[in-house]
Design a binder for this molecule. Structure first.
Ligand code: COA
Length: 119
């Protein structure tokens, strides 16, 4: 299940964010977290499995599209379909908006089926 980020999830969110290749350096990671905390159109979500947060999804929402900037899953839970599930849920939430990738997220998003609206 996807949960919207809040400050009390900061440590776990930073841990998951640091699996993104460009977020390994602490200073860069802190700047990225700041962007999500300060800009309402940058939205961060965590995926909870049983009692643990094991996935992270970060996007920038625009009027007719949204861009997936960050997606990561705890290495112990990779290959269980969580990445696909997060993308499926966000596509449902974003309804008719078009999903976009960045250079960093493109490879995985190309593997996810595109759907629009409340399927
Ligand atoms: C990418 C990531 C979020 C996938 O999460 P996941 O929950 O393991 O993904 P799923 O179980 O839903 O899907 C697994 C499939 O995605 C593929 N996959 C995993 N990482 C991938 C990547 N970086 N690029 C393309 N495909 C990838 C797997 O090979 C597998 O493919 P298969 O079904 O054909 O065997 C996870 O590997 C991760 O956290 N990676 C580190 C962070 C990162 O690099 N994010 C950007 C990725 S472009």
């Amino acid at each position: 299940m996807l949960f919207r980020y809040k400050k009390s999830f900061e440590k776990i969110a930073m841990g998951l964010m640091s699996f993104m290749p460009k977020e390994r350096e602490l200073k860069k990671l802190q700047q990225t977290m700041h962007i999500y905390e300060e800009n309402p159109d940058w939205q961060l979500f965590l995926w909870k499995k049983e009692d643990d947060f094991v996935g992270l999804l970060g996007l920038q929402v625009e009027e007719e599209s949204y861009t997936i900037h960050h997606i990561s899953v705890n290495p112990s839970h990779r290959g269980e379909g969580i990445g696909h599930e997060m993308i499926g849920k966000i596509q449902n939430m974003m309804q008719e908006r078009e999903m976009r990738a960045t250079e960093e997220t493109d490879a995985f998003l190309k593997k996810c089926p595109v759907k629009k609206g409340d399927l």
